[in-house]
Write a protein that binds this ligand. Structure first.
Ligand SMILES: *[C@@H]1O[C@H](CO)[C@@H](O)[C@H](O)[C@H]1NC(C)=O
Length: 71
């Protein structure tokens, strides 16, 4: 019984680790204190986010970068 549970648990973690980690598109800024995954994006171009409502503005507060929705 325990081994069956372990097998299922192990299989599910294996499956989730095979998924690509959330990340920005190529040639787009990925980090703003935290990692910003697509469909959100910082830029520099409009292909980095799915819609202008998803555009992230990276603000610098005394050396700490924090993401904000720019709209
Ligand atoms: C952010 O601000 C700090 C100090 O306020 C400054 O030293 C740093 O160069 C700034 N970083 C950027 C990327 O502008």
């Amino acid at each position: 019984m325990f081994s069956l549970f372990f097998l299922l648990w192990n299989t599910s973690t294996e499956a989730s680790s095979n998924q690509a980690p959330p990340m920005a598109k190529p040639n787009c800024q990925q980090l703003c204190g935290v990692s910003i995954p697509y469909p959100f994006g910082i830029g520099p171009n409009k292909d980095c986010y799915i819609d202008k409502w998803f555009e992230i503005e990276c603000r610098n507060y005394s050396g700490r970068h924090k993401p904000f929705l720019s709209q």
